[in-house]
Design a protein around this ligand. Structure first.
Ligand code: PDD
Length: 280
């Protein structure tokens, strides 16, 4: 008889819950999204669903009705009833006995959670510390895939160093993005906001795209170019951007204080402008 052991329980394969044979667990074979609400309103739902559709397409998962996912997301936010909430969802290629090559016509699995999100005003004022870490990820970081082991490891190293986030540096010595966030540097003299160009090395972050949109209103123009850690440290302000926290000032980078060591004026302007956008 085909058998499985789950923790301490021996189970005949025929009785094994499909979740244990999810290709997401075996191979990270799936894609996900994280989106949020502000004051009971879902933020950038279209953008997240569009990115999700693209991720599905890029890894050849077929037969997923994204309009149905939209309905589930909206219903979950409504049912949860939190003012500010985070919604995580993923689709995996499906469940089957482990085999690299997926069976044809496998039914994808869907999973979603909603949690309340706390705001951290002190973080926006005092900022966070970051450290650099080699970017050990695969070559399609533009796909929001479940393969996040290098991101998790970078984040754990950051925590050991007393930092909130790891800023990833590629083999060429340039910053790509955070382990779970987008990264910007303010060059106050040139009045520019520097960030890594879109492409296969970074996730097309929704928050990043919002920052690109609002930068002009803050007197900054966007420059998509390579930036080394040494160049970043020489910048007046550094910024982390991610759905769950929107914009957060980085005040320490590899142990070096950035600017005044507090939220700089350009970052503050971006935070205020973003808040307007979030309020709709
Ligand atoms: N992470 N880059 C990476 C590698 C990320 O994992 C994320 C988000 C971002 C920011 O993307 P967005 O602005 O769309 O949130 C950039 C999510 C929140 C996560 O994995 O939990």
């Amino acid at each position: 008889m085909e058998m499985a052991i789950v923790n301490d329980d021996m189970i005949p394969m025929a009785q094994l819950a499909p979740v244990y044979q999810d290709r997401g667990i075996f191979f990270g074979d799936g894609v996900y999204e994280v989106l949020r609400s502000y004051g009971g309103r879902i933020f950038a739902l279209d953008e997240h669903l569009e990115r999700f559709s693209r991720s599905l397409k890029e890894i050849w998962i077929e037969g997923v009705d994204v309009q149905e996912i939209r309905r589930k997301v909206v219903a979950a936010f409504e049912k949860a009833g939190f003012d500010n909430a985070r919604c995580y969802f993923h689709v995996t290629r499906g469940s089957e006995p482990r085999n690299h090559l997926p069976a044809k016509g496998l039914k994808p699995n869907f999973f979603l959670t909603v949690n309340p999100l706390k705001s951290h005003p002190e973080e926006k004022e005092h900022g966070i510390k970051v450290c650099t870490h080699p970017d050990l990820r695969w070559k399609r970081c533009d796909i929001k895939s479940l393969n996040l082991l290098p991101n998790v490891m970078a984040k754990m190293v950051a925590e050991k160093k007393g930092c909130y986030e790891a800023i990833l540096v590629n083999d060429a010595g340039n910053i790509t993005e955070g382990s779970g966030s987008a990264f910007f540097a303010v060059d106050a003299k040139r009045k520019t906001l520097i960030t890594h160009p879109l492409g296969s090395e970074i996730l097309p972050s929704i928050t990043r795209s919002m920052v690109v949109k609002i930068a002009k209103n803050c007197g900054l123009s966007i420059v998509e170019e390579n930036l080394t850690p040494a160049q970043a440290v020489a910048c007046e302000e550094l910024v982390m951007a991610v759905t769950t926290k929107d914009i957060v000032p980085i005040v320490e980078f590899d142990g070096q204080t950035i600017g005044s060591g507090k939220c700089g004026k350009h970052t503050k302007a971006l935070i205020d402008e973003f808040a307007k956008l979030a309020r709709g």
